[in-house]
Design a protein around this ligand. Structure first.
Ligand SMILES: NC(=O)c1ccc[n+]([C@@H]2O[C@H](COP(=O)([O-])OP(=O)(O)OC[C@H]3O[C@@H](n4cnc5c(N)ncnc54)[C@H](O)[C@@H]3O)[C@@H](O)[C@H]2O)c1
Ligand SMILES: O=c1ccn([C@@H]2O[C@H](COP(=O)(O)OP(=O)(O)O[C@H]3OC[C@@H](O)[C@H](O)[C@H]3O)[C@@H](O)[C@H]2O)c(=O)[nH]1
Length: 365
């Protein structure tokens, strides 16, 4: 609950609902503004417990106290999947097991965060480059109940994350089928917004590689070219975190319509290639910061150089919205331009000064 999505969810639950939250995480920096000072209107409704779900005897007791458990804890940055595959698999599968078990044994409802990466690559990506079928949505739109999960070979350790998430989904589904666990599985499609990940060298390790929004924000803030991995040809649909949180709230408030379902949560109207994302972020950042655009705003880099051996990629990710639309009547609202404008305004306000200072006064090595 102390990460990017968790912080936005806590904010929503505090400001718009009467719910109480027991927030568990190893860090609380992103929810500090909700915990202090004691005079906040929701003081007493949110409690933070610093614990690692991997090994903490307090976990079962805390689950017993709750009506609903939301599991967001995971390693979920692609730079880790091929470089720390063991940690990635343990985090996304093994460490989630006690949460599922305690929910099942204590008859607690569980909302578990999976990922759109469980779909892997599209069927269309295996067709010849010039095949007209590549234009047919049947070959690329991702549907919860019919699309297959297509991963690369075992050497492509990129898929360690997707595979672990798939197995925990199957386990939760089986707990539902065999033991009556009440569950909802969420598959987020590139949720982005303020507080996502970290800016290397400012509030995270200098050598760290966060997800694309933070990588590109860091480049823009430092006036460096944005790095396009393997030409930036992969496609993604990006959704504003605040739109996505509305969907999670509907799941929380409507158990009868959400239980037993797997939901894609994304914005099919916001599709771009990574290259187009870089171009748009460059324009938006110039607008919100008042700074000029570099002569060469992007630079190509190979995935081996950027992520190391064993990287692979999802080619295209368009969520089918039929199930979430039917069950919860939810639709995303914010355009990519608008969500980048508010997010990059936040990035500029939060980090520009700190970056300037760090450049002027490099830390002693
Ligand atoms: N942001 C997205 O677009 C996206 C997309 C697909 C899936 N997801 C999934 O949503 C969930 C949340 O993602 P996020 O974007 O907020 O990432 P995040 O890294 O900001 O949040 C994850 C949080 O989990 C905590 N955590 C990790 N392991 C823990 C442990 N063993 N014990 C206690 N806390 C632990 C981390 O400290 C962090 O605060 C993850 O399960 C992720 O796989 C997110
Ligand atoms: O600096 C960069 C960073 C990233 N990229 C590219 O941008 C694309 C998006 O990268 P992200 O880091 O946002 O991560 P991905 O979309 O590949 O995966 C994410 O998807 C859903 C979640 O489960 C996870 O948060 C993560 O696995 C990839 O094609 C990546 O290669 C760049 O071209 N340059």
């Amino acid at each position: 609950m102390g990460g990017f999505i968790g912080s936005h969810l806590c904010e929503k639950l505090m400001s718009e609902t009467p719910h109480k939250v027991l927030a568990l995480d190893v860090y609380n920096d992103k929810i500090k503004h909700l915990l202090e000072p004691d005079s906040l209107p929701w003081a007493g409704r949110i409690q933070f417990h610093r614990l690692n779900i991997k090994h903490d005897s307090r976990l079962e007791g805390l689950i017993k106290m709750a009506d609903l458990v939301i599991n967001l804890a995971a390693i979920c940055t692609p730079a880790d999947y091929n470089t720390r595959p063991l940690d990635t698999i343990y985090s996304n599968f093994i460490d989630a097991l006690p949460v599922v078990k305690y929910c099942s044994e204590n008859n607690k409802r569980l909302i578990h965060f999976s990922t759109c990466e469980v779909y892997g690559k599209t069927i269309g990506s295996f067709l010849p480059k010039d095949s007209p079928l590549r234009q047919d949505p049947a070959y690329y739109v991702l549907k919860e109940d019919t699309s297959p999960c297509i991963f690369g070979s075992i050497e492509k350790q990129r898929w360690s994350y997707a595979c672990a998430k798939q197995l925990i989904e199957r386990l939760i589904y089986a707990e539902g089928a065999e033991n009556g666990l009440e569950f909802t599985i969420v598959r987020p499609f590139n949720w982005i917004g303020p507080r996502m990940d970290f800016i290397p060298g400012i509030d995270g390790p200098s050598e760290g590689v966060p997800r694309v929004l933070a990588c590109f924000s860091n480049n823009l803030l430092r006036r460096e070219p944005l790095k396009l991995v393997d030409g930036g040809e992969s496609q993604r649909t990006f959704i504003y975190i605040k739109d996505a949180i509305e969907a999670v709230l509907l799941m929380i408030e409507n158990p009868d319509r959400a239980n037993g379902h797997i939901f894609n949560v994304g914005n099919p109207n916001n599709e771009v290639t990574v290259r187009q994302l870089a171009e748009m972020m460059t324009k938006v950042y110039a607008k919100v910061s008042g700074e000029t655009v570099l002569e060469s705003p992007t630079v190509d880099v190979s995935s081996k150089e950027f992520y190391g051996e064993g990287y692979d990629d999802s080619d295209k990710r368009i969520p089918d919205m039929t199930i979430i639309n039917k069950q919860l009547g939810w639709n995303p609202k914010t355009s990519l331009w608008d969500l980048l404008e508010s997010t990059l305004t936040y990035q500029h306000r939060t980090y520009a000064e700190a970056i300037k200072k760090s450049i002027a006064k490099p830390s002693a090595s």
